[in-house]
Design a protein around this ligand. Sequence first.
Ligand code: ADP
Length: 401
Amino acid sequence: MKVLVINAGSSSLKYQLLDMENEAVMANGIVERIGETVGKLTHKAFPDTDNEKKVVKEEEIKDHKIGMHMVLDLITGSEAGVISDPKEIDAIGHRVVQGGEAFTSACVVDGPVKVAIADNNPLAPLHNPANLMGIEVAEELFPGTPNVAVFDTEFHSTMPKEAFLYALPYDYYKELRIRRYGFHGTSHKYVSRKVAECMGKKADEINVITVHLGNGCSMAAVEKGKCQDTSMGMTPLAGVMMGTRSGDIDPAIVAYIAENKGMSATEVDSVLNKQSGLKGVCGLNDMRDIHSAVENGDEMAKLALDMFAYDVKKYIGAYTAVLGSIDAIVFTAGIGENDDITRALICENLSGLGIDMDFDKNNGRKGEPTAVHTDASKVQVWVIPTNEELQIAQEAVELLK
Ligand code: ADP
């Protein structure tokens, strides 16, 4: 089966074509700056394992449909094509950010599913409408090919009420659907299953804390394969500190900033999402830049790094308590996979929890699943590259079998 995975954002569209016979990536790319005067399409094709062809196009890309058309032409064309007919694509898997309570698993898209996705738009106004648009463009360009929606929230739908409810008037949950939903679920699911495989266990035999540290950061407490708690909340602003997002703060701070800075609630929300986190503390949001700054003696960068590691460490403690005992911790995503310094800072002095990192094994970037704990460590520590596209494609295959 060949599966095209699409992640449509408001002005971008990422795609990956996978051959699920051997889980090989046939082509991938990104269409950016859709709707701007000059858009950009970067396409890579992998006709065989030792061969990569890259095409970059810079021109106006008016909308997602035109962008998708360009992708389709490249995938099937002579320059960097990997299939000869769009009909060779058996399914299209879509990343949808907010499934709300309506979706606890992936599903084949039909009319009612689209209505239910749109019903969640108010809960994810920046993402769901774009995800839905991606689905509609795919329906138009690939008539007859099944579309599968895979939700960022679905892995977290197993959280018990005490974990997902906020201590607010209960009516707000019923009326406004305010609750913890969690995000990055596809990644948490993928790495929590992969670590079980690496440990020679079944996912339902182990308790794992998954630590997804990218531009957005989230953690999950996974008990025997099922999510019990996760750090992001009703929106992806909550939890651990991130590149530009504050993570958890005292909620009273919102009104305090609004009053003292003369800002609206929406403006404060924007500060918390875009001007906070690592960037808010030291002016830099890319972890590589922060390490360079620390090396050059920048004390604010060091403080931001220490705050970041402290936050993650604190959640490891909390989730160890939630799970009673843990078998493994998994680091993933840009920082989790590549940043040995941050991983080491997080895992320092955790022997009391049975977590002993082997700092030599931890050294360096990890392009494949790697164990980084000492032989004596009660809890295994792993670095596992995430693969959300593969997880989405696997769910599509599973569903259409
Ligand atoms: P996104 O959430 O956008 O998918 P990524 O998972 O790609 O983000 O992660 C981006 C983060 O990973 C950035 O903070 C970046 O600095 C960090 N990162 C990538 N490579 C490295 C590296 N070699 N060392 C430290 N941090 C890295």
